[in-house]
Design a protein around this ligand. Structure first.
Ligand code: FEO
Length: 168
């Protein structure tokens, strides 16, 4: 495998685990505010991000590449209001989409078609991730920050169940 591509895939593992850490921090914030549905939603989001990271680890190992784990930065935890994590989640997913685009571009440049095929899954996933983050903002805004609306949204979010992604 091209060395630069291998390094970038290794870095992406850290980015996915940072995403998990960030969502876990958001989950903690909402649980602390007794918004258990929001807390559960972001906790599941964190689990999915770990799946994303583990999927890259498996791919690198399948390609007989070295796996290097980077340090993970501390995520924000002192959110100022219920909307702040929701806004941050969308910005973060847009950032991750940019990272996946860069990875895809490099894989194409070095004619690593297997990596392109592998990354196709991440491109599709980012569309879903951004949509979910957008929906969350829209739903929150529909509640008009009214406590009864937030309570109903919290109940709705509490219905989310963790679905592991394919064998990682
Ligand atoms: Fe791993 Fe939320 O994208």
């Amino acid at each position: 495998m091209d060395e630069k591509l291998r390094d970038l895939l290794n870095q992406q593992i850290g980015k996915e685990f940072y995403s998990a850490y960030l969502y876990l921090s958001m989950s903690n914030y909402y649980y602390h505010a007794s918004l258990d549905g929001f807390g559960k939603w972001y906790k599941i989001q964190a689990q999915e991000e770990m799946d994303h990271g583990n999927k890259i680890i498996k791919y690198l190992l399948d390609r007989e590449q070295i796996v290097k784990m980077d340090a993970i930065d501390a995520p924000k935890w002192d959110f100022q209001n219920y909307r702040e994590p929701i806004e941050m989640a969308l910005k973060h997913e847009e950032y991750v989409t940019g990272l996946i685009n860069d990875l895809y571009g490099l894989a194409k440049d070095v004619r690593d078609w297997r990596s392109c095929q592998f990354l196709d899954w991440y491109l599709a996933e980012q569309t879903e991730e951004e949509k979910n983050a957008h929906d969350m903002i829209n739903r929150y805004d529909l509640s008009g920050a009214d406590p009864r609306g937030i309570f109903l949204l919290d109940e709705y979010l509490n219905r989310r169940e963790y679905q592991p992604i394919d064998k990682v």
